[in-house]
Design a protein around this ligand. Sequence first.
Ligand code: PXP
Length: 244
Amino acid sequence: MIKLGVNVDHVATIRQAREGRCPDPVLAAAAAEQGGADGITAHLREDRRHIQERDIRLLLETVQTKVNLEMASTQEMLDLACELRPSDCCLVPERRKELTTEGGLNVLDNRERIQAAVRQLSRVDIRVSLFVDPDLEQIRAAAEVKTPVVELHTGRYAAAKTPHQLKKELDKIWQAAALAQELGLIVHAGHGLDFHNVQEIAAIPGMQELNIGHAIVARAVFDGMERAVREMKRLMREAALASG
Ligand code: PXP
C-alpha cells in the first residue's frame, strides 16, 4: 500500500523564528507516527534555516518507522549522511535564496558527480532517492547512475492554474512514473501536495510513497499533527485503492 513520509521541516521553521526550543520537530515526528506516518523526512539545508543537525540525530534515535534525510549532494553532506546512517537519503538541488526546493536535480548534466554520490551512500546501505522533474531524459539519466529510487517533483502540478495546465503536468508525472518503473526504479513523489491535489498523484499506478510537509504542518496548526496525518493517509489510501 502507498506510504506517507511526513516532512517536519516547517515545524522547525516555526521554532527557528524565535531560535528557541519549541515547537520541536522531534515531538512532531512522534505525533506523525501516531497518526500513521510511514516515515519521517527532514531536509538539513546548508544554511540550516529550519532543521538542525541535532534534530536529525534525535530523529534517528527516536523515530520508529524510518528517517529520510533530504540533502544537497555536497561532500560535507554526503560525509555527514555516511556518519549518521539514516535508512534513506533523498538528494535534492539547493539554492541559498530559494523559498523551497524549486526544481529537480539535473542528473543528465551531472552524471558522474551524482553517480559518485549514489555509490558513496549505497556503500553504507543508505537507500538513495534522486529528486527529479517528471522529465523522461532525467529519468533515464537517474537509471543510468543506478539510484534505486526517484522522487518525482510534483511542484509544477501543484502550482498549475488552469485545468489544461493541470492535465499537462499530471500527464508528465504519469509518463515519468511509467518509464521509471520500466527501468526498474522505485517511484516516489512529492512537493506541493495537499489535501485537495493528493489523490490524483496517489492514484498513479505503482506510486509507492509520497513525501508531504507544508500542507500537513499547516493543517496540524488547527487539527493537531496526528489528525492531519491520519486524514492525509485516508485520502491517499482511498485514491490508491480506487485506482486498483
Ligand atoms: N520532497 C522534496 C524532495 C522536497 O524538497 C520537499 C520540500 O522540502 C517535499 C517533498 C515536501 O514538500 P511540501 O512541503 O511542499 O509538501
